[in-house]
Structures are given as structure tokens and as C-alpha cells.
Design a binder for this molecule. Structure first.
Ligand code: ZN
Length: 472
């Protein structure tokens, strides 16, 4: 039902607020099984005890789900038929994981190039839900969900994760994850959404002059949780700390889609006096993994998809502690199968199981795409942002920063100053980076009032204008 109403969202959003609230409240009161349908019911039931399954039952489930996924892709899409035929793989004989590893890996570019051949031809056009993703690399991809499937499933898994830190369906959430538009389509600072009982706050306007308004608004709304990106909330956290602001009591902060810098997590937790819950996922819906109440390693949901880590040659990594690229096969995505998909994100296996008792494989040190973002030196060599190893105390009096490169061997650090920022900070930052870049990169600082974000409101640590493919 939720997805079928998706196209009517425009009409709903254009209604007067009072009427929207009435419709929203009424809709919210409907049972979730009606709002989210059969898929919701299936996964909701599954997750009630699957995390306690023994190895045998778990492996049986995974093989069965993989087989269904592979057969569906083979029979209903030209792309996967060709892929499987090219290595003489017959999904009807599938019964062990080693067979899966013979199937060619695919990436984002393959999804873009073969969009039409990946679409399941047995599904009617009107049942597809078309979505595009931003992505930090700036390459948007287009995906087709089946109405009533993927998003309903996502809802179940997200709720299951959030419950680990005390979330109950319907709890008030303040969302700081992108732009906010009003009913007329204009950018605005806030919008209340009665269907989910959420207050949306714009990430684009999180700067010094507006913080007081944000705090007031949150005091009035009294959210139990905040759902945000680390970069957005840490700016806010600095302000809350520096100004000794009393914040409404939170049960937790949901943080996803970006990694934490050293010290960032501690800063956020101490400013808001609460716990962060973080996870890894993506719009291709192939891998989902999250923390639990006792452990910051990510627990990989085996019910969601099949996750592999591979090395640079495409070999499967089984050893703990070795970094590899996350490769996922989605168990849903029946209309647009995602099989052995290279995400561009990295992680390493953790040995053993978590003491919380859930029978999930653990991963840690999850690094997203931006970690591969590179600065090009005068010698055409590269320095990754990760390698710069930026300690947070360097930016104590900085609201936010972003690197900008347009010429080889030249980098500008764009800085939004806080009120406490002095010449001393400038000196500290200059010295630190000049020490790191040496003669390879000329470094300069520029002060700005705002920084550009991605379409979905994520913060980017580097705006790279050079075409790396041409240089490297
Ligand atoms: Zn655990």
C-alpha cells in the first residue's frame, strides 16, 4: 500500500497542513501489515527467531534463497542469462557456495549500461517503482524496485535494528539527512510529517546563525531519536557542546551512510548524552549489517542477502582481518536482480560471533566510497583522504571543512569558522597539512559561509574537479 501511494505523494504534499495531519494520523493508525503488505509479514515473522538459528538451518536458508534468486535472474533477464551462460553456470543445479563464485562480478557501470536487460521482463511496468541514487562518487544509478517488496522489507530490517537500542514503532524521530522542501516545493528549514511522526530538518542550513532555531524546534518536538549522517550531526554536536546547551533527552542517534572520523563518535555521544547506533547498507539492497547493543562491529544479516569480501583479483576472502571489497547478492530485488555486485565499499571479517548471542557473521572497519577519494600531487601521484589521518582536535573551532582541487599539486581547504576560531587555529591547520603534503601539494585555506553537499544532502570531504581517469 505504501508504495502504491508513492505516486500520489505529490497530491498529498500539496494539501493544506491541517488536512495532511488528519490524513497522516488516520493512515498511521492502520496496522503495519496493511500498510506494508505480505512482504512485511513474511520478514517480520522471519526475523522473530532467525538470528538464533544454528549453522545448519542458517546455511540451508541461504542456499535456498540464493537458488531462488539465481533461477529468477536466469529465467527472466537477458543480462544474467548471458552472464551465467558465459561461464556455463546452470542455476537449477545450484547447491553449494563454491558454484556461486564462478559467476562473473558486476559493478555500478554494468548496472547503468545494462539497465533494460537487467529488468525482469515478467513484471508489468506499472508494478515497478523507479528510483535513482545519488552516491558519494557522484555517479547516480537507476534501480527498479517492485512495489510493495523492497521498501517494505527495508522497513522490517531497519525497525529490527533500531529496536536494539530501544526504538518502538511510532517513536518520534527528528531526521537531519538532506534538503527539506515545503508543500510548494521551496526549500525550507523544517517540515513535520504526520504519517511517520517525523520532523525533518534541513542539513543545508546547519550553520551558526540557525542553530538556536534548530534547538528550539527540537525542544518543542521532543524526539526520542535523531536519524542523521555523522558529518551533519557532528557540526551540531560541536555547537551544543561549546554553548553548553541542554538538549531534550534522547534514547539514541541513528547514524548511517558515512564513516566516523577518529573522535567524531565520542564527540556526538557526549554532546547529546546518548548512544549512537550505526549500520551499513545501500540502495541496491544487497548487504545490510549493523551494530548491536553491546558491540560496534557490524552484524551481517544473512536473511537479507549474501555478502562476500573479495581481494583485488576478485578472489573470495575468508580470513579475518584482511580488507576486501564488499560484494553483495540481494535476496529481494526480484524485478532488478543484483548478483555478485561490487559495491565499491570495503570491510574486513571479524573472527567469531558476538556475545549478544545473535548468530551473525561480523564485519568491521567498513569504509565507504569516499575513502578512495584522492588528491593528485605535482608528480601525478595520489594521496587518499584516509591517509591524511585527520585528527578531530585540529578542527576544534571549525564548523565544517572540505577539500577542493582543480589543479594538480594544489589543494584548497574550505573552512567554515566557528566563533572561537582564531589565528592560532589557522596556524595549526596550516602547519599540519604543510607537514603532510610537503613539496608535493601547495596547500591553502579559504574561509566560506557554506559548503556544497551532494544532492541528498550528504557532506563531501573533497570536491575533485580533476578527471582522475585521465591522469592515473
Ligand atoms: Zn551483537
Amino acid at each position: 500500500m505504501e508504495d502504491k501511494l508513492y505516486n500520489k505523494l505529490g497530491i498529498y504534499k500539496s494539501l493544506p497542513l491541517g488536512l495532511r495531519n488528519v490524513i497522516g494520523y488516520t493512515y498511521r493508525a492502520l496496522p503495519l501489515s496493511i500498510r506494508y503488505g505480505k512482504t512485511y509479514e513474511y520478514y517480520n515473522k522471519l526475523l522473530q527467531d532467525s538470528s538464533n538459528w544454528d549453522e545448519e538451518r542458517k546455511n540451508g536458508f541461504v542456499i535456498q534463497k540464493l537458488k531462488e534468486t539465481l533461477i529468477n535472474a536466469y529465467e527472466n533477464t537477458l543480462f544474467y542469462k548471458n552472464q551465467f551462460d558465459s561461464v556455463e553456470f546452470d542455476p537449477s543445479n545450484f547447491n553449494e557456495l563454491a558454484q556461486l563464485y564462478t559467476i562473473p562480478l558486476i559493478d555500478k557501470i554494468d548496472l547503468r549500461k545494462n539497465k533494460q536487460e537487467i529488468k525482469n521482463r515478467s513484471i508489468q511496468e506499472k508494478n515497478f517503482l523507479y528510483v535513482t541514487t545519488g552516491g558519494t562518487t557522484g555517479i547516480p544509478i537507476e534501480l527498479y524496485y517492485v512495489k510493495g517488496n523492497e521498501r517494505s522489507r527495508e522497513f522490517v530490517f531497519m525497525t529490527d535494528q533500531w529496536k536494539r537500542i530501544g526504538y518502538k514503532t511510532g517513536d518520534k524521530i527528528a531526521v537531519i539527512r538532506g534538503s527539506v522542501v515545503d508543500e510548494k516545493g521551496n526549500n525550507t528549514l523544517f517540515r513535520y510529517e504526520p504519517v511517520k511522526n517525523r520532523l525533518f530538518l534541513s542539513t543545508y542550513d546547519l550553520y551558526e546563525n540557525n542553530f538556536r532555531i534548530y534547538v528550539e524546534k527540537l525542544h518543542k518536538f521532543k524526539p526520542k531519536f535523531i536519524h542523521t549522517y555523522p558529518s551533519a550531526i557532528s557540526v551540531f554536536a560541536k555547537y551544543v557542546k561549546q554553548n553548553n546547551i541542554e538538549f531534550p533527552t534522547l534514547k539514541g542517534i541513528f547514524c548511517s551512510s558515512e564513516q566516523f572520523f577518529e573522535g567524531q563518535r565520542e564527540l556526538i555521544e557526549s554532546a547529546f548524552k546518548t548512544k549512537i547506533y550505526s549500520w551499513y547498507g545501500h540502495s541496491e539492497y544487497a548487504t545490510l549489517a549493523g551494530e548491536c547493543e553491546v558491540n560496534t562491529d557490524y552484524h551481517v544479516f544473512f536473511e537479507y542477502g549474501y555478502t562476500e569480501l573479495i581481494d583485488e583479483e576478485g578472489n573470495v576472502i575468508t580470513k579475518p582481518g584482511v580488507q576486501g571489497e564488499i560484494v553483495g547478492t540481494s535476496f529481494e530485488m526480484k524485478g532488478f536482480p543484483i548478483i555478485r555486485y561490487k559495491t565499491g565499499d570495503f570491510a574486513e571479517w571479524v573472527e567469531g560471533k558476538c556475545k549478544c548471542g545473535r548468530n551473525y557473521q561480523l564485519i568491521k572497519n567498513v569504509k565507504g566510497r569516499w575513502h578512495q577519494e584522492m588528491i593528485v600531487t605535482k608528480l601525478d601521484s595520489t594521496i587518499s583522504l584516509t591517509a591524511l589521518n585527520m585528527h578531530s582536535d585540529l578542527f576544534d573551532h571549525v564548523v565544517q571543512y572540505q577539500f577542493y582541487q582543480k589543479e594538480k599539486g594544489k589543494v584548497e581547504l574550505r573552512v567554515i569558522k566557528s566563533n572561537e576560531y582564531t589565528l592560532k587555529d589557522e596556524e595549526k591547520i596550516n602547519n599540519s597539512f604543510k607537514l603532510k603534503f610537503k613539496e608535493l601539494v601547495d596547500f591553502s585555506i579559504r574561509y566560506v559561509d557554506q559548503l556544497p553537499r551532494t544532492e541528498r544532502g550528504k557532506h563531501r570531504f573533497l570536491i575533485q574537479e580533476l578527471d582522475l581517469k585521465e591522469i592515473l
